[in-house]
Design a binder for this molecule. Sequence first.
Ligand code: IFM
Length: 468
Amino acid sequence: MNAHTDPSSLYDALDPALRFPADFCWGVATSSFQIEGGAQEGGRGESIWDRFCRVPGAIADGSNGDVACDHLHRLEEDLDLIASLGVNTYRFSVSWPRVQPLGHGAWSEQGLNFYSRLLQGLARRGLKAHMTLNHWDLPQALQDAGGWASRQTVEHFVDYARGMAQRFGNQVEAITTHNEPWVMAFLGHETGIFAPGLKDRALAIQVSHHLLLSHGLALSALRADGCKARLGIVLNLAPMVPAEDSPQDVAKAHLEDGRLLRWFMDPIFRGAYPQDVLDHLGADAPKVEEGDMRAIAVPLDYLGINYYSRSVVSAGEPFDVNSSGLPLTDMGWEIYPQGLTDLLLRLHQDYPVPPLYITENGGAFPDRLADGRVHDADRIRYLADHIAAVGEALRQGVPMAGYMVWSLMDNFEWASGYEKRFGIVHVDYQSLKRTLKDSAHWYQQFLQSQRRHGAELASAQETVQVGR
Ligand code: IFM
């Protein structure tokens, strides 16, 4: 595709027959640490990511989240930007150390006030709020006391969740407990490439259990408190594809599927960890107390899925993504929209899933800002093809409720720093100026066409009723 194609013509890349329900949720997503900045302001406590960014070599470009996109000081401008896209939903996360600097005890009024202004600003613009409580930025004070490996953090999280829901539960459509527990547990505690940078498999497994437990306990507590928001969790999932049809590769793919997908889906929907993974873990299996599994398996109002790519698994040499012939994003991830349809169909078939949201989907590409434009045709193609993949799952009966682009704007991409750009809005990190990329214009037009279609549907229904 020509890199300078007019974005409006790319709407045709979607099957014109593909029209989503009028009440489908369309959004953009961000997270606190990746965009807010203002790290030392308003009494905000230190988070594990603040600390991790100071470890030499931990972040590719040596950067940190001190300023990030300066969203803290550009709230109104950013909310206008979100509204201008024509989405009906904004997914964001709360920085726990901003609202409760030590992770327990005293709350920060200034921190709470920021989210209060955020929610009022969304409401004024007619936008629904999907609020995530934990998108990785655990208060450092809790880490110092053992972090997610300690059951006390579970208790603190439940208190934090209750405090947030009591204050804001009636202003948000949905509350997500955790974003991507797999990442926090395993990249943070087994490979150590993410905060808090630990390398201990047994610890990582225990952390994953505590994240799940805190999710379940928080949901029950919020429901007992009468919280009206819809409650759920967000998992990062991918189909595991054996590199070869050999019994070894097939077995390895099944195990990796167990470690990524079934490790989280089974306890939530079946109340038990997958036995094959427990057997594989042996002495590293988590310590589970009486009642934990029941607590985890509380019903969800929705499940959020973050999808970026498939994983190709080999029992021998690691699979070389360059050999598959599929295009890659700037993260080196294969672009494979069919995997999203496959994943959604499989979840629907294997588990009694509630309404599903794609809470993150998008791609990093080597964007170039020139003459005030970013011609990110690759990202438009990526988004169009993945939205079509969601539409196909919906057509085949999967209860899809929404789709949110990752991300609203370029931001701090964790260990990759600011080098990888996922936004549909470009951020100049010197001036902090925001510029809509072609993909943002494309999304605007796509959503406009969805609204037109929704209006046509509504008027057709009216005609039918009047005619009766
Ligand atoms: O930027 C992250 C996000 O914080 C969580 N999901 C994956 C994104 C891209 O790596």
